[in-house]
Design a protein around this ligand. Structure first.
Ligand code: PAF
Length: 279
């Protein structure tokens, strides 16, 4: 696996792979890799002959009181996992390469960025959209692979790729879960052992609310039931539990189209996200 630190090296490597006739996939990450990321890399390997993974903890997607400084950074362990999973390139740009002196551009996606995490974390999706656009322009991949765990992020990225005519395919992969259903996340590392036990209530509650909705339960009533269930299970607060249209994330007052149930809730130092399909 080749480690690349500059945009010029990345471009040269991708151009060389392409000259050899290979399709190239990009898997953007912030590191602290787990099985969920490795599933993205495996899928990317099925979609392209060469896979480059980026690791960059992007400061512009963190709010002033969020966990940018505390976000786990373990590049050596990450590199070993990627090598063992068969990634061909690891792009590790320094801060200066992504945001050089004088950087002044923001990519902002209206509509799908609004509400949910966009409301709780103002500016978050502009930070994501900006860095992902840069990564797409730097690596120029044929395909980019993201997890559905960050479902709103995935819709923001799909929108920006369509709107800006970026010539690549965006592939979303179902969430990888622990045995008790908890979605894998780098931020699960913030949970104490006791909190980790409580955390399993998040996927369990999503499943229960989805089943109640599928059985014809009124949306507002079932969402209120779900919020209450999470607080009773031990979550400190629920940022949101909402039913949204699967594609454009429009709020749904009744279940009459493919929909997604999305949740964010706080437990100790962690803010946990999850979502499932409701049909
Ligand atoms: O999902 C993530 O890890 C990040 O938001 C991403 C897409 C790598 C952008 O920094």
């Amino acid at each position: 696996m080749i480690v690349l630190a500059t945009v010029a090296d990345l471009r040269r490597q991708v151009a060389a792979w392409r000259a050899e006739g290979h399709r190239v996939a990009l898997v953007p990450t912030m590191g602290a890799l787990h099985e969920g990321h490795l599933a993205l890399v495996r899928r990317a390997r099925e979609l392209a002959a060469r896979v480059v993974v980026s690791i960059f903890v992007n400061p512009t997607q963190f709010g002033p009181n969020e966990d940018f400084a505390a976000y786990p950074r373990r590049h050596d362990a990450d590199a070993q996992m990627l090598e063992a999973t068969g990634a061909h390139g690891l792009y590790l740009p320094p801060l200066q390469a992504m945001y050089p002196e004088g950087f002044a551009t923001t990519v902002s996606v209206a509509g799908v960025s609004e509400g949910l995490c966009g409301e709780v974390r103002p500016g978050h999706f502009a930070g994501v959209a900006t860095v992902v656009t840069k990564l797409f322009l730097q690596a120029a991949p044929d395909v980019a692979v993201f997890g559905e765990k960050d479902y709103q992020q995935l819709q923001v990225i799909r929108r920006l790729v369509a709107d800006l005519d970026i010539p690549l395919e965006v592939v979303g992969l179902p969430t990888v879960r622990d045995a008790d259903g908890l979605a894998l996340s780098s931020r699960n590392a913030y949970l104490t052992a006791a909190e980790r036990t409580v955390a399993s209530a998040l996927p369990a509650t999503l499943k229960a609310v989805a089943a109640r909705l599928a059985a014809g339960g009124a949306v507002a009533e079932q969402l209120a039931w779900g919020r209450e269930a999470l607080l009773k299970a031990g979550f400190q607060s629920v940022d949101y539990l909402e039913l949204r249209a699967a594609g454009d994330l429009a709020p749904q007052e009744r279940l009459d189209r493919p929909a997604r149930l999305l949740v964010a809730a706080r437990l100790g130092k962690a803010r946990l996200l999850d979502n499932i399909e409701v049909s």
